[in-house]
Design a protein around this ligand. Structure first.
Ligand code: TYM
Length: 333
């Protein structure tokens, strides 16, 4: 991996991927793969911070791999791998834990949210999750991390941890920058547009659009999406439902919010929703088609996983060895 800047990002196999994952993060990964050296992970070590069914977890891990391929991520050009296949992640996480303050972790909003949601299992892994994530990014000396807005705080703590480590030992880690899209960084639920659309939510299926969903299901969900009083399509804080649909429309079509608002001036909510649904269905259709092809080729997916793990380990070990040397672990010739 020389010269080109490095992109790192990952996704948890903790549920079924949503339109939010696609618009906030995945879409940008594909756009960036030509320009950068990219490393994309299936973050299954992160996923076990909440209880997972083993069979499901293994299956979803492969499904996400197939999704990466269906998105057009090229395993020859990029590194696509599964986090638990690279031992360096666990090792760096421990080391970085010793460079992270509890005060910093106490401020993490995701930890607070998840502890509330999983009050029967507030484990230490959930608490130190941002440290594991910092390790992911720092092991590959990443320049840029394309994520949705919900990960911004984790990127900030990653930068702080890296800066602290570098402050003691010299320039060991590259300090990464977040790459958060202007539109689509926070896709909200269709039924509850005050909260982000999340793949780990299971209560209200009408709240979520899944990447692999049938066109007629997507259309129905968008048709039923909560709107606001009034009848005009415009972007405003007091119109969270319509604003969210505008965001989705603008993201999938590449039109600006202003252009979209102009397009729908004088158009009722019903017609607007149909247009949003069409645009979403058209965007997802080719990904769904390719996903079907890849996911049926188990042997190929496994090959990509194995090769990805090797390539990722090679880079990760280099950084890890540097870190071990710096902190005073034994060095063997
Ligand atoms: P995860 O698996 O929750 O989500 C994957 C990506 O999708 C984005 N995203 C959204 N974007 C817009 N609107 C939404 N409603 C929405 N929901 C999710 C997320 O911001 C994310 O970019 N901790 C990470 C995984 C991870 C990681 C990393 C990311 C592990 N190590 C290192 C970057 C770098 C997570 O749980 O993402």
């Amino acid at each position: 991996m020389e010269k080109k800047k490095v992109i790192y990002s990952a996704m948890q196999p903790s549920g079924v991927p949503t339109l939010g994952n696609y618009l906030g993060a995945l879409r940008n990964w594909t756009n960036l793969q030509e320009e950068y050296n990219c490393v994309f992970g299936v973050a299954n070590m992160h996923a076990i911070t909440v209880r997972q069914d083993p069979q499901d977890l293994r299956k979803r891990t492969k499904d996400i791999m197939a999704l990466f391929l269906a998105l057009g991520l090229d395993p020859e050009k990029n590194i696509i791998y599964v986090q638990s296949d690279v031992k360096a992640h666990a090792e760096i996480a421990w080391i970085l834990n010793c460079f992270t303050y509890m005060g910093e972790l106490n401020r993490m909003t995701q930890f607070k949210d998840k502890s509330q949601k999983h009050s029967d299992n507030i484990n230490a892994g959930l608490y130190t999750y941002p440290v594991l994530m910092a390790g992911d990014i720092l092991l590959y000396q990443s320049d840029l991390v394309p994520v949705g807005a919900d990960q911004k705080q984790h990127l900030e703590i990653c930068r702080d941890i890296a800066g602290r480590f570098n402050g003691v030992y010299g320039d060991v880690f590259k300090i990464p920058e977040p790459y958060i899209p202007k539109v689509g960084a926070r896709i909200m639920g269709l039924q509850n547009p005050e909260k982000k659309m999340s793949k780990s939510e299971s209560e209200n299926q009408n709240n979520i659009i899944y990447i692999f969903e049938e066109p007629n299901v997507i259309r129905n969900k968008i048709k039923r999406a909560v709107t606001d009083s009034g009848s005009e399509v415009y972007y405003s804080e007091d119109k969270p439902g319509i604003s969210n649909l505008l965001n989705i429309y603008s993201s999938v079509t590449g039109k600006s919010i202003e252009e979209a608002v102009k397009e729908f001036s004088g158009v009722g909510y019903g017609e607007f929703k149909l247009a949003v649904a069409d645009a979403v269905v058209d965007t997802l259709a080719p990904i769904q088609q390719r996903y079907k092809e890849y996911s049926s080729d188990k042997a190929y997916i496994e090959k990509v996983m194995k090769e990805g793990a090797e390539k990722a380990s090679y880079i990760a070990e280099k950084t890890l060895n540097k870190v071990k040397k710096k902190i005073g672990y034994p060095i063997y010739k």
